[in-house]
Design a protein around this ligand. Structure first.
Ligand code: SAM
Ligand code: SF4
Length: 321
């Protein structure tokens, strides 16, 4: 069974990254369809106490938009065995909340940032919030939400040339940078294979400025990022090559959407409805059984690089990265 749980707390977002959402946003889930805070905590408790989950990552949409986040974190941190708890966020608002979230029980954050240039940020996210993200990152670091990881998606003609600059910046500030290959998960189906900045491209660009050596035995286990020591270390850089070097075989993740559906894969075309079972009064054991069955039904890895690949109906923002 999967030991790494991703929980999406909302499908809404205050940015509109071009690789994720259309400019007009999406048809958001209606409030009654969202799991309540109590329901989220109950399902996380079942995952931790009955399914062997040891890592819980909250994501979205933008999870900082969820009003009950500190309370959810606090109650999850009180579970025994205590799971490790992290958050994937665009960082907006984190400069105000980092300390509170840390106190509530958050261990770490991954902040998504694709560029150091405010004007590129505006084009890419369609919002003028670059400074908020940088401040959020600094606050997370200061609050001890470490290691602070930065997730970056590169696009040709936009920010691909920034790869070395981004790495120098991250090393300087003590953030762990990870580049993620752009995946065909955008709501507007705009992904084009020929526009993909591949792991190989990224490593070549970084190699022009830095010496990269595979970290450890270069085995990545179930971690999706392959990591390299930069200039002999201790700084590192990760590359998540979801398209060109998929890691599905070693995947140990299970996903819960904001409306209470279990997904056994980012690319799954089917979901298991835990919310209906939960709201019809099923006991914890029955919910755990449903969840286990959902994970056993996991299909063989999809080949994202194949022309026959069919995108799931739910876009990335509604699944959680
Ligand atoms: N809003 C939060 C954020 O941006 O970190 C959390 C949700 S977002 C869907 C999670 C991660 O997915 C982000 O790091 C984002 O860059 C990444 N992402 C979104 N669309 C993607 C795509 N089409 N391919 C690769 N990564 C993507
Ligand atoms: Fe929002 Fe994250 Fe999607 Fe960007 S990647 S639009 S921040 S959910």
């Amino acid at each position: 069974m999967a030991t790494d749980l991703r929980v999406s707390l909302t499908d809404r977002c205050n940015l509109r990254c071009t690789y994720c959402m259309p400019e007009a946003g999406l048809q958001w889930l209606a409030k009654p369809d969202l799991l309540t805070d109590d329901e989220v905590v109950r399902l996380v408790r079942i995952a931790v106490t009955q399914l062997g989950v040891t890592e819980v990552r909250f994501t979205g949409g933008e999870p900082l938009l969820r009003p009950g986040l500190p309370g959810v974190l606090e109650r999850c941190a009180a579970l025994r065995p205590r799971p490790r708890i992290s958050l994937t966020t665009n960082g907006i608002g984190l400069h105000r909340t980092a300390k509170t979230l840390r106190t509530a029980g958050l261990d770490r954050v991954n902040v998504s940032l694709d560029t150091l240039r405010p004007e590129v940020f505006r084009t890419l996210t369609r919002r003028d919030r670059h400074r908020d993200v940088l401040e959020g990152l600094a606050a997370a670091h200061a609050a001890g939400l470490t290691p602070v990881k930065v997730n970056t998606v590169l696009m040709p003609g936009l920010n691909a040339d920034e790869a070395p600059e981004l790495l120098a910046w991250a090393l300087d500030l003590g953030y762990q940078l990870r580049f993620i290959e752009q995946m065909p998960l955008d709501a507007q189906h705009g992904w084009r294979r020929e526009e993909l900045v591949t792991a190989e491209d990224i490593l070549r660009r970084l190699g022009e400025r830095f010496t990269l050596t595979p970290e450890g035995s270069a085995r990545r286990g179930s971690a999706p990022a392959e990591r390299w020591l930069v200039d002999g270390g201790p700084g590192t850089v990760g590359v998540i090559a979801s398209v060109t070097r998929p890691f599905c075989r070693a995947c140990d993740r299970t996903r819960l959407t904001a409306d209470g559906q279990v997904r056994n894969c980012l690319f799954a075309r089917e979901e298991t409805d835990l919310r209906t079972a939960l709201r019809s009064g099923e006991p914890d054991e029955a919910l755990a059984d449903l969840w286990r069955a959902a994970m056993w039904g996991k299909k063989a890895s999809p080949d994202l690089d194949a022309p026959a690949f069919v995108q799931p109906d739910r876009p990335m923002s509604a699944i959680g990265g």
